[in-house]
Design a protein around this ligand. Structure first.
Ligand code: ATP
Ligand code: MG
Length: 367
């Protein structure tokens, strides 16, 4: 990855432009952490970049940036810019390309995100970010009072970086977060969910949650029960505790899972019927929230006499023929009873017992 990135920089440089790896990759490299994405900044414009990397460049979702795929590795390349005006406390509505790296670094969010690396792998630190990195501190570039307000996403990014890197947030930045937290309403729920997901799935999630509580962000983010939140290793288990289904966007699969976990949490018990009805995955997530041991849930599940309807020794056609019955609505009710009784252990899961059970059931019903 590193060698490939150096090649990209050299290619841009040999065409007469400046270019540096910037942001997360350099920061993480200095911290000895593996990075997954590489950001590059340059004084070449997107048009000039597409002349250099013919066919390999696509516009990126970031305004004025491009995505380059070079030898199967993806790069986000941004042209040095000045952000002129911010709309709705989020994206700049206007940017201007500039020819000055320092100016470009000044519009970036946090000092630790301003490190650059040149094509020889040399680190460049124009804003004295090394001190903050060594002191493990998140500090904005410039006055946090203005920098957080102009782009309120930075509030969540500050907490996300503090969480993933286990850094402190500078007191003035904390003050500005508290002061501007109401502006989070301007941020789309998708962006909020993305950042919160990164915080909640971090190995250091408890610290992130304590920051959200300390900075009083539960209300502006519309997260209920933050103070009682139990950190579990499944993100859906976290969302299920925060009562956000009606607020945040979820896929159908996520939504259904969260609803089921919420149902079990409301019941506050996990017996064999719950295990059978909700299955091992959903029940295990709920169990870990309820502080129960996953191993014992696993054991309990494996001991269930049946795991699903298909395992019931009940051949509808065969039974109907034998007892001279026609298929109908009664089958649905019988299935429920069979499941209940087999799980209870009061009915054995074999053809003979089931046939007897159905005969008794139907004769009682017809009385
Ligand atoms: P990671 O990729 O590990 O999440 P990163 O620091 O690389 O962290 P990106 O979202 O990839 O973050 O952004 C790349 C760089 O762009 C950042 O390091 C920062 O310099 C700048 N940046 C990103 N988002 C913002 C923002 N909202 N405001 C100011 N600068 C930003
Ligand atoms: Mg990045």
């Amino acid at each position: 990855m590193y060698n490939n990135a150096m090649e990209v920089l050299k290619k841009i440089n040999s065409n007469g432009y400046e270019s540096y790896v910037v942001g997360g990759f350099v920061r993480d490299r200095l911290l000895g952490i593996k990075s997954t994405d590489i950001d590059i900044c340059t004084n070449a414009t997107p048009q000039q970049l597409s002349n250099i990397f013919k066919g390999a460049i696509a516009p990126s979702e970031t305004y004025g940036a491009v995505t380059l795929i070079y030898k199967n590795i993806r790069y986000e390349i941004t042209t040095y810019r000045k952000e002129i005006k911010y709309d709705d406390h989020r994206r700049p509505s206007k940017i201007e390309y500039i020819d000055n790296l320092l100016e470009d670094l000044k519009r970036r969010d946090f000092t630790i995100n301003t490190f650059c690396m040149d094509s020889n792998g040399k680190t460049i630190d124009l804003l004295d970010a090394k001190d903050d990195l060594d002191n493990k501190i998140i500090k904005t570039v410039g006055n946090p009072k203005y920098r957080l307000k102009e782009d309120v996403l930075r509030i969540l990014r500050a907490i996300r970086f503090a969480t993933s890197l286990n850094f402190d947030i500078n007191p003035d930045v904390k003050k500005a977060i508290k002061k501007n937290s109401k502006l989070l309403k301007n941020l789309s729920y998708t962006r909020k969910k993305d950042e919160l997901t990164k915080i909640f799935t971090s190995a250091n999630a408890s610290y992130g949650i304590s920051l959200l509580i300390e900075l009083k962000l539960g209300k502006p983010l519309e997260l209920s029960n933050l103070t009682k939140l139990k950190v579990v290793d499944d993100i859906l288990g976290i969302w299920a505790q925060l009562d956000v289904l009606k607020i945040y966007p979820f896929t159908k699969v996520e939504r259904e899972a969260i609803e089921k976990i919420e149902e079990i949490l409301k019941m506050q018990t996990i017996d064999d019927h719950v295990l059978y009805q909700y299955g091992l995955y959903i029940t295990s997530v709920a169990a870990s929230i309820m502080g129960m041991d996953k191993g014992s849930i696993n054991k309990k599940y494996n001991k269930l006499p049946i795991k699903g309807r298909s395992e019931i020794a009940f051949d509808i056609k065969k039974i109907c023929k034998k007892l001279n019955l026609s298929e109908g609505k009664w089958i649905k009710d019988v299935y429920l009873l069979l499941e209940k009784n087999i799980i209870d252990g009061t009915l054995k899961n074999n053809e003979e017992s089931i046939e007897k059970f159905i005969t008794t059931y139907l004769s009682e019903k017809s009385k």
